[in-house]
Design a protein around this ligand. Structure first.
Ligand code: ADP
Ligand code: MG
Length: 309
C-alpha cells in the first residue's frame, strides 16, 4: 500500500483554446507527494494552478499528461476507488438553492452509493453546526453556512482525504476558527487534509507541510518549519564605496551583487549579529557607504519563490 494520500508525477494540464481565449498551460509537470495523515498546504498566487491540480486528483478535470493516484489508487486505472477516497470542498459556493441541507446530503450519499443504513447525515450536519438547518432552504443559508454545508457534503462517503479549495474565501474570522477546529479534529481522527490557499498565514498556522506552486510549476515543498526557517533570514543591503564586478567571498555567508550595485548579504539573526556581517564585508576590503536591512517578513519566502521568472 502506498504511504501517500496523494501522488502526482509529471502532471500537466493544458486547457484548450475556446472562443477568444487561447490555450492555457495551467500545469507544467508537477511531481508531488502528500503523506498520509498530514495537513498539507498547497500555496500559490491566483492562477498558479492550485484548483486545476486538485480537481484532476478529484476526477473533475482531465489531465493532459502524467500520472496521479489517490490513497494508492491510480486515477486512470482505478477511477472509482480513487474518487471514493477523496472528498472535495470546491472553491465556488455552488449549492442548489431549492434543496435543503438534509436533501443535499442524502442526494450526495446516493451518488456515492452509501447504503441508507450507513448514512450519517444528521451526525455530519451536527459536526459542522448545521443540524438545526437540516430542513431549511439552502438559499436562506449565509455564506459561512454554505461553506460548512459543502464541507459536510464532501464527507458523506467518509473519504480518507479531504481537500478544501480556498476554504476561507468570504468566511468571517469566527467561522474560520470553527472551520479550522473541525478540520483539525478530522485530522486527529486520521483524515488527511489538503488545503489550497493564497494566504501564507493560513498555511503556516495549520499545515505541517507546504508546497508552493507558481505559474503551473512546483517551486518549493518542505515542512512548514523548514520553510519558516528560511523566513528567519534577514538581508543586509550594503552600498560599497567603489563599484564591484563580483560578489566577494565572505567565508560561507551568502552574498549577492545586485543590479543596482548593492551587495545583498543574507544572514540568520539567530546565528549571527549584523555587526559580524558588516565586519566580514569590511574584512573583504569593501568600504561601506550606506546600508539597509530587509526584515524577516512573512511574505518574503513566498515572494522570493513566486517572483515572475
Ligand atoms: P488557482 O486555483 O491557483 O488560482 P487555477 O488552477 O484555477 O489556478 O488556474 C490556473 C490557470 O488555468 C489560470 O491561468 C486559469 O485562468 C486557467 N484556467 C483554469 N480553469 C480553466 C478552464 N476551465 N479553461 C481555461 N483556462 C482555465
Ligand atoms: Mg483556485
Amino acid at each position: 500500500m502506498s504511504e501517500f494520500a496523494l501522488r502526482a508525477q509529471g502532471l500537466k494540464k493544458t486547457y484548450k483554446a475556446a472562443g477568444n481565449a487561447p490555450a492555457k498551460q495551467a500545469l507544467k509537470g508537477i511531481d508531488l507527494n502528500v503523506p498520509r495523515g498530514s495537513i498539507f498546504g498547497l500555496l500559490g498566487p491566483n492562477g498558479a494552478g492550485k484548483s486545476t491540480f486538485i480537481n484532476i486528483l478529484a476526477g473533475m478535470v482531465m489531465k493532459t499528461e502524467g500520472t496521479a493516484s489517490v490513497w494508492g489508487f491510480d486515477i486512470d486505472e482505478n477511477p472509482r476507488q480513487s474518487r471514493a477516497s477523496i472528498g472535495i470542498v470546491p472553491q465556488e459556493l455552488s449549492i442548489d438553492p431549492f434543496f435543503t441541507p438534509g436533501e443535499i446530503m442524502e442526494f450526495q450519499a446516493g451518488m456515492y452509493g452509501v447504503p441508507k443504513s450507513e448514512r450519517r447525515t444528521l451526525d455530519i450536519l451536527k459536526a459542522v453546526g448545521l443540524d438545526d438547518k437540516i430542513n431549511a432552504y439552502a438559499r436562506t443559508l449565509s455564506g459561512g453556512m454554505r461553506r460548512r454545508l459543502l464541507v459536510a457534503k464532501a464527507l458523506v462517503h467518509n473519504p480518507p482525504v479531504l481537500i478544501l479549495d480556498e476554504p476561507t474565501a468570504g468566511v468571517d474570522i469566527e467561522l474560520r476558527r470553527q472551520l479550522w477546529d473541525y478540520v483539525l479534529e478530522l485530522n486527529a481522527q486520521g483524515v488527511t487534509i489538503v488545503l489550497t490557499t493564497h494566504y501564507l498565514e493560513e498555511a503556516e498556522e495549520l499545515c505541517d507541510t507546504i508546497a508552493i506552486i507558481d505559474q503551473g510549476g512546483l517551486v518549493a515543498c518542505d515542512s512548514t518549519q523548514n520553510l519558516l526557517s528560511q523566513i528567519d533570514n534577514k538581508t543586509l543591503l550594503i552600498r560599497p564605496s567603489a563599484s564591484l564586478t563580483a560578489a566577494p567571498d565572505l567565508g560561507g555567508i551568502a552574498c549577492q551583487l545586485r543590479e543596482d550595485g548593492r551587495l545583498a548579504v543574507q544572514y540568520n539573526p539567530g546565528d549571527m549579529h549584523a555587526g559580524a556581517v558588516i565586519g566580514a564585508v569590511q574584512g573583504a576590503g569593501i568600504e561601506i557607504v550606506d546600508l539597509d536591512t530587509q526584515g524577516a517578513e512573512l511574505e518574503t519566502v513566498f515572494m522570493k519563490l513566486t517572483r515572475q521568472k
